[in-house]
Design a binder for this molecule. Structure first.
Ligand SMILES: Nc1ncnc2c1ncn2[C@@H]1O[C@H](COP(=O)(O)OP(=O)(O)OP(=O)(O)O)[C@@H](O)[C@H]1O
Length: 397
């Protein structure tokens, strides 16, 4: 199990400063009631976007310091003489205000990575946090790269679109955006509407935005957390996914693999309804997957379950070959107390669909049936979040 955190040395303020790397732009740290934090940050009036990204990253980092339950970051920036100084305050609380609904449990803050903290909190996010025009957000995540996460995200989106749901895909995988290839939209560049909002690219009934549409495919991806979060925030909030009257039913976010700054920022800053974890049957470092699950638990994002992909290859005689190992998904699901939502075999049509820009889930082959079943299971789980407590993630010693 996750070990209880070592007793922290130093004052909370010291730990907050250390978590931010004691930067020059940190003007002040105020701690109230030993848990509520106000940060004063220097902003650059010439580059408000970068300042905002700095504020977002600072909040994300400080929210992750043990004992902190609320962070309020204030950006101050002196303008040139003659103009007014700017102050942009924003509050990030660890949970909604008011009493939890009957049967719901709020994450015990400050008990980070203890049994209480890794027990999931309230399903979804407060309504006020919802993005107008998007009804639900599902994050598809994995502990490491190359496990088939994007393939699952894209085919799930295709399966939902095939059912007639208004479906979107936000490809936030900075290390290797694959939506443009997998949807056959590599040449697309999103336009903006009269209100200046990005218009998602539509293909196969799926509306998509990808970091791949916004960056030079030949340029190395060296984006760090804050810039990534800026791009993701723009693709989420400044995009015409739907309208309050006619919202997108489901937005699937394909996140970068792992549990770095960008993933944490997504879990903390985006009103995610739920997440699924993708893995291969290989012996993976359980600790990595647990870290991923704990990240969602800490941010009160329910994890619906585990999807194992590339589970086996079936030869023409019907014999199964476990080319990528065996049992990894089941082991992880059991260790985390989560359902194993699907075991997807290695199918040529899945790889081909990805390479050719037409997700296999749209066809009528065996993978279409598998992804249809997976989408059904995800939909049922998403719906159950509205009416009952989310699944508990239990870690064992
Ligand atoms: N079930 C499957 N059957 C056959 N090929 C698959 C299957 N799942 C994934 N693949 C192939 O494996 C490769 C890696 O898959 P994918 O890009 O989805 O992984 P990823 O985890 O998103 O990787 P990254 O970390 O680079 O984003 C792709 O070529 C994809 O077509």
């Amino acid at each position: 199990m996750f070990r209880r955190k070592q007793r922290q040395s130093g004052s909370l303020e010291d730990r907050i400063r250390a978590a931010l790397g004691n930067p020059d732009w940190l003007q002040g740290v105020r701690v109230q009631d030993n848990e509520r934090v106000t940060l004063i940050l220097d902003g650059d009036p010439e580059d408000l976007e970068a300042s905002e990204a700095r504020r977002i990253e600072a909040e994300a980092r400080v929210m992750n310091v043990a004992g902190v339950t609320e962070v309020r970051a204030m950006l101050t920036a002196e303008r040139a003489a003659g103009s007014t100084p700017q102050s942009n305050a924003h509050t990030h609380t660890a949970s909604s205000t008011g009493e939890p609904k009957p049967g719901h449990r709020r994450v015990s803050k400050g008990a980070r990575l203890s049994d209480d903290a890794i027990t999931q909190g309230q399903p979804g996010q407060p309504t006020t946090d919802r993005i107008p025009g998007i009804s639900r957000i599902l994050v598809v995540a994995s502990a490491k790269g190359g496990v088939g996460k994007s393939t699952v995200a894209v085919n799930l989106a295709a399966a939902f679109a095939k059912l007639g749901l208004k479906t979107g895909l936000l490809d936030a995988d900075i290390y290797g955006p694959s939506a443009p290839t997998m949807l056959g939209t590599g040449d697309a560049s999103p336009e903006t509407d009269a209100a200046g909002k990005l218009i998602p690219v539509e293909a196969h009934g799926i509306r998509s935005l990808s970091i791949g549409y916004l960056s030079d495919p030949d340029a190395p991806m060296i984006w760090r957390g804050p810039i990534v979060m800026s791009a993701i925030t723009q693709m989420l909030n400044d995009a015409a996914w739907g309208t309050p009257e006619d919202p997108l039913d489901l937005l699937i976010i394909d996140t970068p693999p792992g549990t770095g700054d960008a993933q944490l920022a997504i879990a903390q800053k985006v009103p995610v309804t739920a997440a699924v974890l993708v893995t291969t049957p290989q012996e993976v470092a359980l600790a990595d997957v647990r870290r991923g699950a704990a990240m969602f638990a800490k941010t009160a994002v329910p994890v619906l379950g585990v999807v194992e992909t590339m589970s086996w290859f079936e030869d023409p005689a019907g014999n199964r070959h476990h080319l990528m190992g065996q049992g990894g998904g089941k082991t992880i699901a059991e260790a985390l107390g989560l359902p194993l939502l699907a075991e997807l075999p290695i199918l040529n049509e899945i790889r081909e669909g990805g390479d050719m820009g037409r997700p296999a889930a749209l066809g009528d082959g065996p993978s279409a049936k598998l992804f249809h079943e997976l989408s059904r299971s995800v939909a049922l789980n998403l719906d159950s979040l509205q009416t009952k407590a989310p699944p508990r993630i239990i870690f064992e010693d």
